[in-house]
Design a protein around this ligand. Structure first.
Ligand code: MG
Length: 382
């Protein structure tokens, strides 16, 4: 098997957009850096051999971003970049031990898996593969006061990801001086300058780079949700002595706990089912059957996390999650905030609202024989 590292270069300052660091800007609910990582994870799932994914972050100043990335993508390697793009590329290539490395601009959120696959098809131990777009406008060059028309048919615009045999790229970039580092627009530039073999594949108009405010506006317009779906979850569990009471991942001291195959966390169950239903995915009982011994006593909050990940993988953004719990005992109001926080953390989005109702002495909830819960989720897609 030939191994591949997919590195997302997101260590730049993005100064041309102004304001907040570019990679932290939220595009349809996701920070810009996350779009490429999500796409790489998607590709990794589809491949026979998973990708090694590296996210290159700035050396200083954006520690919260690094922390968030580690939390969201525990399998992604976080690597510190340099002052220039090329230094970041070298840092990623040195960190990897794969045969090949694909370098992708973190500011190109609309990467398609088709481009990745056609690049990968062209791999060879001696050549680089890059996506290009033919120049469609007439092109002129200005040198002082002199203007020259350039033959458009010979001109191409370069995109990313760019594929290189990794060790050859490390050797090449390691030979650069500091001033050469700063001048380099992309790694393919150096590759061809040294007379090495380059192959191109067709890029795509959608795979544009967000550089200035008009690119950002275009990205916001294309990602504005056009499609909303809702889903509902319902669950009931009997109350029994000598059982833990876990609600939304929070363990609550109580003489009675919920009975079930897992930790019987009824709130995680309804939340997960509501999300899965909205995205037309199988319910939790189908994904993680009670008949399967490996889920015995499992922490249901982990199943909620996984459900949210599956929903996001289908391209949905979680907009809201409204949960109602009916319980007679114990008194839960003092736990409200902690439970909401725990569910929001599992979803990685501040979307949960939670209502407690008593059972009004009506069986089985009102007679403390059971708890019942409902949840409604709203998700949005492009
Ligand atoms: Mg249940």
């Amino acid at each position: 098997m030939t191994s591949l590292t997919f590195a997302v270069l997101a260590a730049g300052s993005g100064s041309r957009l102004g304001g907040q660091a570019k990679q932290l800007r939220l595009l349809s609910g996701r920070p810009l850096w996350q779009w490429s990582i999500d796409k790489a994870c998607q590709w990794s799932h589809l491949r026979d051999e998973p990708l090694n994914i590296i996210l290159v972050v700035p050396p200083v100043g954006l520690e919260s971003y690094t922390k968030e990335a580690k939390k969201l993508f525990p399998d992604v390697t976080i690597c510190t970049g340099g002052a220039s793009r090329t230094e970041s590329a070298l840092a990623a290539a040195k960190r990897s031990d794969s045969d090949f490395i694909m370098l992708h601009d973190g500011a190109r959120p609309f990467l398609s898996l088709d481009i990745c696959a056609s690049i990968w098809q062209q791999r060879h131990s001696h050549r680089a593969v890059i996506p290009v777009l033919p120049a469609t406008d007439a092109v002129k060059r200005q040198q002082g006061s002199q203007w020259t028309a350039l033959p458009r048919d010979e001109l191409f615009l370069t995109q990313t990801p760019q594929l290189f045999p990794r060790q050859a790229l490390v050797d090449l970039l390691s030979s650069l001086s500091q001033s050469e580092f700063e001048m380099m627009k992309d790694e393919a530039e150096l590759w061809i300058a040294r007379g090495k073999e380059l192959v191109t594949v067709a890029g795509s108009e959608e795979n544009y780079k967000i550089t200035g405010p008009s690119d950002w506006e275009r990205a916001v317009t294309t990602t504005r949700p056009k499609n909303y779906r809702s889903g509902m979850g319902y669950d009931v569990h009997p109350l029994a002595p000598h059982r833990p009471l876990v609600l939304g991942g929070v363990q609550i001291p109580s003489p009675l706990g919920l009975l079930g195959h897992s930790d019987a966390d009824i709130l995680s169950h309804v939340a997960a089912d509501a999300l899965l239903s909205a995205a037309s995915l199988p319910d939790i009982g189908t994904l993680w059957p009670a008949s399967d011994e490996q889920w015995k006593g499992c922490r249901s909050l982990e199943l909620l996390k996984e459900s949210a990940r599956l929903v996001r993988h289908k391209g949905w953004i979680i907009q809201s999650l409204s949960v109602v719990l009916t319980a007679q005992t114990p008194r839960l109001s003092s736990w409200h905030q902690e439970i909401v926080q725990s569910i929001n953390d599992a979803l990685n989005a501040p979307v949960c609202s939670l209502t407690f109702k008593s059972g009004e002495t009506i069986p089985p909830v009102g007679t403390a024989q059971a708890m019942a819960a409902w949840a409604v989720a709203l998700i949005a897609g492009a």
